[in-house]
Design a protein around this ligand. Structure first.
Ligand code: ADP
Ligand code: MG
Length: 719
């Protein structure tokens, strides 16, 4: 592209912008509203909040100021403000009566500013205002001679503001995008949505929508608030959600075809009326009401499989609600009926933990379970698979990756997927590899607050059981935001916690020092903590360790051999060590709220009161304070997810990869639920007519789905 050299291309590539397509979908985060000229009072107010102001004035005087003898020179201008409607003849009056602001250019002595805009010129300017020594100043403003002379991409009444990209300013991005939109391929951007559909729904063409979103021209001028709720925005969101819905429907129907051929039977599992009480009697605790209800739902589905409909159920419950035991008890019932069960976890750590917990809770059944994990030798793996094929092992626990392709079962009747953050996994299951042609029942467990309509989209016609109630005796977790300057006091407190016999998680956001962000490397942190508590055994756990090492670290912590675990977010999902009752999260502001909630869910699992410390910088921004405040005040995962969305708000409304689902550039699953519903309905309607999208007008859809969603269906949902 003209104007994008090698260096710039590299910077953009780092932000995952490599193609014209990527660029066009880099939608603005918000817009600068230039309808509003700031008068003096408005600039004063903006100086308090650090907002960008936009106004007009006459250059009164340029001057070079020096800070002390030998100090750096800076260039200053005093500027008399002019109202937006001021005419040429007003300028003279203004220079006498209007209030002043000051432009300041540091280290710009000899710069061209005073030459380009000599005294007496009328200028438009824009920048961040601040109060300084009793006057209003704007450091390094953008100065434009007049709107007419501004470059095309700066002329709009709404100027786009893009997300931060290292080394590329919003101004530069405006220019790049302006040119990009004008390239022939962008202007002729094919509309893949069928014409009949867009017309019926009133959606403008894609090329028009993108242009309007980048450089709005037709914004409703009566709108008081800047938020792109209009048709152009809906169009882009709709397209994404529509394609996703189609993709999911397609996969599901492909799966059905396979299933119809292979499966002749859905196993019906018999349950004795007293089974639940008998099962509970063997547990070290009583089941909660929600756990019982979940188990009853499952038993109902599994036992009345007469219409060849396998169970398809989502078990949804906040972190720590006790979903695992529901999985184990229903698995045991299916094993008792003579069938096999597979439990799939997203990580090996979690698979190990489930295996160990099963053996601990049901020692007399432990021999029926088997663990399939990546760290096993090829020979052992083969042996495990042979046992499954011959039906010698009834219960296999493993990661999703291991339990898909090559595993053949003798009679698999029940598949449980824990911490389901994934798409379409159920379709990839070893369904085709059944010796006896059974269609297994499916239970999906998740702590992610997925709204019902989205769940329907993702999983098809599934039923939902909620585990809301937490196990009894849980003491609320005490959450505190601690500023960095109080770090020493925190270390002291952690020392006391250790003396009380507590175990501690210390969580860091990254594995290795990032170039851009000055985050602490978890390994450095590990060494520092060892120096701070030399007598305490400390473990380290991060994503780049080998599976066997992770396993060892987790096991040592779980057994209480290490007292502190310095870790990255690998512990986010599912890890259960009841004696760990303190979690400290470094750089808490770098995490999303839902992720913080997941992390915090690692504690509060035992009898002791638990603590969660969110370490933040000394001067957190307003929005960080608000977000962390939500964590201090709530332990309700659904509420937290809603808040997260709300706080991000219209300011970060567009074009940020925050949807929580892979593959979305614009759509946000919670925010755009209403669009999703329409998309889902329309997708179904189109597939009813043309099940494989083979008609001429639908072929572009099919191609796009293959291109965009083909590989993405298996990416993680919540990171
Ligand atoms: P999650 O729903 O997050 O997967 P887990 O299944 O890991 O939660 O359960 C969290 C902890 O609560 C485990 O240590 C588990 O043994 C315990 N637990 C589960 N159900 C009960 C119960 N009814 N009473 C007491 N403790 C329970
Ligand atoms: Mg769990």
């Amino acid at each position: 592209m003209k104007g994008v050299g090698e260096k710039l291309a590299e910077l953009l590539a780092k932000a995952e912008i490599r193609t014209l397509w990527d660029l066009l979908f880099l939608l603005p985060r918000s817009y600068e509203d230039r309808r509003k000229f700031y008068d003096y009072a408005a600039i004063e107010e903006a100086a308090l909040t650090g907002d960008t102001v936009y106004s007009r004035g006459v250059i009164e005087k340029w001057a070079v100021q020096r800070m002390g003898p030998g100090g750096r020179a800076r260039l200053e201008a005093s500027v008399r403000l002019l109202g937006p409607d001021a005419k040429a003849e007003d300028v003279e009056i203004a220079t006498v009566f209007s209030p002043r602001v000051h432009f300041v250019f540091f280290q710009a002595f000899g710069g061209h500013w005073n030459k380009s805009f000599p005294e007496g010129t009328t200028v438009f300017f824009r920048g961040k205002a601040q109060g300084f020594r009793g006057r209003l100043q704007i450091a390094h403003p953008d100065i434009l001679d007049s709107r007419a002379e501004a470059p095309e991409w700066e002329k709009g009444i709404f100027a786009p503001i893009y997300r931060e990209i290292q080394g590329v300013s919003t101004k530069a991005l405006r220019k790049i995008l302006f040119h990009a939109l004008d390239l022939p391929p962008a202007r002729r951007l094919p509309d893949i949505l069928p014409r009949a559909l867009t017309e019926r729904l009133g959606l403008p063409p894609l090329a028009v929508s993108l242009r309007e979103l980048h450089f709005p021209k037709h914004w409703d001028p009566s709108a008081t608030e800047l938020r792109p709720g209009g048709a152009c925005f809906r169009r882009v969101v709709f397209e994404e959600l529509f394609l996703m819905s189609l993709a999911l429907h397609l996969r599901r129907s492909e799966w059905r075809v396979v299933q119809d051929r292979a499966a002749d039977r859905v196993p019906a599992i018999a349950f004795r009326p007293a089974w639940l009480d008998e099962a509970e009697a063997k547990l070290p605790f009583r089941l909660t009401g929600d756990q019982r209800r979940g188990l009853e739902d499952i038993a109902h589905d599994l036992s009345c499989a007469r219409e060849r409909i396998p169970m398809h159920r989502l078990l949804q419950g906040d972190v720590g609600a006790g979903k695992t035991i529901v999985a184990f008890l229903s698995a045991l019932a299916v094993m008792d009926a003579g069938y096999q069960v597979a439990l799939m976890a997203p990580t090996e750590i979690l698979a190990n933990q489930h295996f160990a917990n099963f053996a601990r809770l049901f020692p007399e059944r432990a021999h029926e379970a088997i663990l399939l994990k990546g760290a096993l030798t090829a020979k052992t793996k083969r042996e495990v698979r042979e046992k499954l094929e011959r039906g010698e092992s009834r219960f296999v626990i493993g990661t999703q990756a291991l339990l898909t392709d090559t595993t053949v079962f003798e009679k698999l009747a029940f598949v449980i997927i824990d911490e389901q953050h994934r798409f379409g996994v159920e379709q990839r299951l070893g369904l085709k590899h059944q010796a006896t042609g059974l269609t297994p029942h499916l239970l999906v467990m998740t702590a992610t607050p997925i709204p019902r309509s989205l769940a329907l989209t993702l999983y098809g016609d599934l039923s939902v059981s909620l585990v809301k109630e937490k196990p009894p005796g849980r003491i609320p977790i005490r959450t505190h935001v601690v500023k960095r300057r109080a770090f020493d006091a925190l270390v002291h407190r952690l020392g006391q916690f250790l003396e009380e016999g507590r175990q501690i998680y210390l969580v860091y956001p990254l594995v290795e020092e990032s170039e851009e962000l000055d985050l602490k490397d978890v390994k450095t942190a590990f060494d520092e903590w060892r120096a701070r508590f030399p007598a305490t055994p400390i473990g380290l756990l991060h994503g780049r360790m080998k599976a066997a090492e992770k396993d060892k670290a987790m096991r040592a912590f779980s057994a209480g051999e290490t007292r502190i675990l310095v870790a990255t977010t690998v512990i986010e999902v599912g890890v259960d060590v009841p004696n760990a009752s303190v979690i400290v999260i470094e750089h808490a502001e770098r995490f999303g709220l839902s992720q913080l909630h997941q992390l915090r869910g690692r504690v509060g699992r035992g009898a002791k009161e638990s603590f969660c410390v969110l370490l933040s910088s000394d001067n957190p921004s307003e929005s960080v304070r608000e977000r962390l405040g939500v964590m201090e005040n709530s332990e309700d995962g659904f509420y937290i997810a809603e808040k997260d969305l709300e706080i991000r708000g219209p300011g970060e409304f567009l074009g940020r990869r925050q949807s929580g689902l892979p593959g979305f550039r614009v759509a946000h699953i919670l925010r755009d639920l209403n669009v999703l519903e329409v998309a889902r309905r329309e997708a179904r309607a189109i597939l009813d007519e043309d099940p494989r999208l083979e008609r001429l007008e639908n072929r572009p859809l099919r191609r796009m789905i293959e291109k965009w969603w083909g590989g993405r269906m298996e990416l993680t949902l919540s990171g």
